[in-house]
Design a protein around this ligand. Structure first.
Ligand code: GLY
Ligand code: MN
Ligand code: MN
Length: 357
């Protein structure tokens, strides 16, 4: 168990006048307890009261090391929701995370009709600001990502398919000390890169043209996520213009990052630049997303998020221009918000490269 994090959560519950919070997101439970479980349909919940001791609800089929948190065990023969309800006596206001299944929520509502139940982001609010231990793991995760992407671009040869290169990347992660990819690796040759979420297929690399790679791994559960677009053999004037516009957009956005600046203003710095260059309609997604124990965590670096960024937050800056059937370019880095600016977690050069094989 991470006592410091639980204590911080409890302070936040007191401030919010919430008597207890019921957490069902396995990543959030891991964050507080240190136990990592894939519960599928079985009950795996953590109840944290504003005052007093937390309780973990676990099925006896789960195997995990002692967390130091009182564990209430059940089996498949027990009525799990009823067991949960028996631990909620005395709470007037119960916070729940946004993932709590209806199969628990409805019995709680029936058992405690007078209880105030609210979706609480108290835990997300803690998770979004990384502590020094987390930042160190994220630096390592991105360092591995940097190493593996450089190797991937170097190992690409004519005749390979997108699937081949993606498999090389995913195998390399383990050799470099990572656990696994943090999401399905994206490899896109030529015009395939105009689909932001292109799935690697059997398209064969001819030895020429643009190659976009968007990849990430997990290191001790912490995710990395970066994108580079590289050209082989030649680059057209249009590709150059698109590339440099995306590159300038990343710089425009990064320049204004510091505590207190709103997420939407960081998004606008990049988006306005791309629009002024005449490619506005081809930048079709948010500028970025927070990241940590999951590749995509709340919140968005997007046009409608008016929240200010805080020191210790980690998010991606990933503008792109996608001209269907023609060209796709995305450049993505992770940044940590520092006291007066940002620290980049990625150090692979960003300038336009035309590689010779
Ligand atoms: N891997 C998708 C993204 O960069 O958000
Ligand atoms: Mn990505
Ligand atoms: Mn991303």
């Amino acid at each position: 168990m991470n006592e410091k994090r639980i204590k911080k959560l409890q302070e936040s519950l007191v401030q919010r006048s919430v008597d207890a919070i019921l957490l069902s997101n396995p990543t959030s439970i891991f964050y507080l307890s240190g136990a990592k479980i894939e519960p599928f349909e079985r009950m795996w919940l953590l109840l944290v009261p504003a005052k007093g001791e937390s309780v973990l609800f676990a099925n006896k089929l789960f195997v995990f090391e002692d967390t130091g948190i009182e564990t209430v065990w059940h089996t498949d023969s027990d009525n799990a929701p009823e067991l949960l309800c028996s631990y909620l006596n005395g709470f007037s206001v119960l916070g729940v995370d946004r993932d709590v299944p209806a199969k628990y929520l409805v019995p709680i509502l029936h058992s405690y009709p007078k209880m105030d139940i609210e979706v609480s982001n108290a835990l997300e609010d803690l998770r979004i600001v990384k502590d020094e231990e987390e930042l160190e793991l994220m630096r390592i995760s991105s360092k591995i990502n940097d190493e593996v992407i450089v190797e991937a671009f170097d190992r690409l040869r004519p005749g390979m398919t997108e699937k081949d290169l993606s498999a090389i990347i995913e195998d390399s992660y383990v050799a470099h000390g990572a656990q696994c990819p943090s999401f399905g690796t994206i490899v896109a040759f030529g015009a395939n890169a105009a689909d932001p979420h292109h799935e690697p297929d059997n398209t064969v690399f001819t030895g020429e043209g643009g190659v976009l790679i968007d990849m990430g791994c997990t290191y001790r559960e912490y995710c990395s996520d970066m994108t580079r677009t590289c050209f082989y053999g030649r680059v057209t004037e249009k590709e150059k213009l698109v590339y440099n516009t995306v590159l300038e957009a990343t710089e425009k956005a990064k320049t204004i990052i510091k505590p207190g600046v709103r997420f939407c203003d960081i998004d606008a710095a990049a988006r306005n630049h791309i629009a002024e260059a005449g490619f506005g309609e081809y930048f079709t997604h948010r500028l970025g997303h927070c990241i940590g124990l999951m590749d995509h965590e709340p919140e968005d670096v997007g046009p409608v998020n008016e929240h200010p960024v805080r020191e210790g937050m980690v998010f991606s800056i990933e503008p792109g221009i996608y001209v269907p059937g023609e060209v796709g370019v995305r450049i993505e880095d992770l940044v940590i918000v520092t006291k007066d600016g940002y620290e980049s977690l990625n150090h692979v050069p960003r300038d336009l490269v035309v590689k010779k094989i």
